[in-house]
Design a protein around this ligand. Structure first.
Ligand code: AOF
Ligand code: ZN
Length: 344
């Protein structure tokens, strides 16, 4: 199963709202074939693995290790459980049951009723944290990310951008973006940082949707770097946009875009994950609404001083929020701390 997990990870960032799935076909203690789901819309891990056999007959009597329950529905691809049974596979060892309602145990039922043994061993859930969360909670998994100085500040006083962390930490942020289907910033961050919010370490077929939260979309500076790049951009505004900006720019209006409304909009579009990159006011609204599921903090050995802008600032909390530590990792001079909400 560990090999199957490594297979699945090869497609990081490529499967969009589909899960990462890997598989290994074994017979007589020998690996016959490995495979994974390469890209959203393409063949599933099971079929990809079977396609690597020199002779399809080799599958007869073999055991398939797969990180997720084989699917049972006709979607963009035909049902894998049928292909597995037809191939003559004797047993399927499954990393986790698919939480997606269209499958959710039906793949296992099909296999069992067609003479294929199944065993659920668990342990692959971390491959698809947001996917699992989305189908259980019916809303996207929200991650807050910020970089701060050792004295807890994200920006020096004034209106210019402060580079807090070094290169290695910034590459890590690219990986974080790879795992999210949407990235949110506030209008102030757009103005001050002028970020691209793109993934530059891999060419993604479906890059994360970039979302800007603003009171009035008409006040945004459309000459910002972000608007010169490809990929969808959503503007969440109180007022309608009076001009057409570009094909890739969409404006959604509401009287007040609270975190729960934002999360609902994303859920309606089946977006499973959201990365909130700033600024401190937008992030504090997510914390106050108890909608910050994971917080990723980079801490740099730098003191910005008492007048600089603190992290997650602007909104009082009704009560303190407890998180649990996921891990601590060093990136040269910087340290990354990841915490997750206890209920997640
Ligand atoms: C994948 N890859 O290897 C497996 C999946 O629209 P479809 O046909 O691609 O179906 C997507 C669903 O199929 C997905 O939500 C999950 O429930 C199931 N299994 N999906 O993309 C795979 N095994
Ligand atoms: Zn499938």
């Amino acid at each position: 199963m560990e090999m199957a997990v490594q297979e699945a990870l090869k497609a990081q960032g490529m499967t969009w709202t589909n899960p990462l799935v890997g598989a290994v076909l074994v017979k007589d203690n020998q690996v016959l074939a490995t495979g994974y789901h390469h890209q959203f819309g393409r063949e599933h891990a099971e079929v990809n693995t079977l396609s690597h056999l020199v002779n399809p007959k080799q599958a007869q009597g073999a055991t398939l290790y797969v990180t997720l329950e084989p699917c049972s529905h006709y979607g963009k691809q035909p049902p894998c459980c049928k292909k597995v049974a037809e191939a003559g596979i004797k047993k399927v060892v499954i990393g986790q049951v698919d939480p997606h309602q269209i499958v959710a145990g039906k793949g296992i039922e099909y296999l069992e009723s067609h003479g294929v043994q199944t065993e659920i061993i668990g342990g692959t859930e971390n491959l698809n944290v947001a996917y699992n969360f989305f189908y259980h909670q019916k809303r996207p998994f929200v991650t807050l990310k910020y970089a701060m100085s050792i004295d807890g500040k994200i920006n020096a006083a004034g209106k210019t951008r402060t580079i807090v962390t070094g290169d290695a930490a910034q590459v890590d942020v690219q990986k974080l973006r790879l795992h999210n289907q949407a990235i949110l910033i506030g209008a102030n961050t757009l103005r001050i940082d002028n970020p691209l919010l793109t993934v530059r370490i891999k060419n993604l077929p479906q890059p994360p949707i970039r979302i800007v939260l603003t009171k009035d979309a008409n006040q945004l500076d459309f000459t910002s770097r972000m608007f010169k790049t490809h990929g969808e951009i959503w503007l969440l505004s109180r007022t309608e946009l009076t001009q057409k900006v570009a094909e890739n720019v969409h404006c959604y209006t509401a009287a007040n875009w609270t975190p729960s409304k934002i999360v609902q909009l994303l859920a309606d579009h089946e977006i499973q994950s959201l990365l909130v990159e700033g600024g401190s006011n937008v992030q504090s609204q997510f914390v106050a609404a108890n909608l910050a599921d994971e917080i990723v903090t980079y801490i740099a050995p730098l003191v910005l001083g008492g007048t600089a802008l603190p992290a997650v600032f602007g909104q009082a909390l009704a009560e303190k929020s407890d998180y649990q530590l996921l891990d601590v990792k060093r990136f040269n001079q910087d340290v990354r701390i990841r915490v997750r909400r206890k209920e997640c």
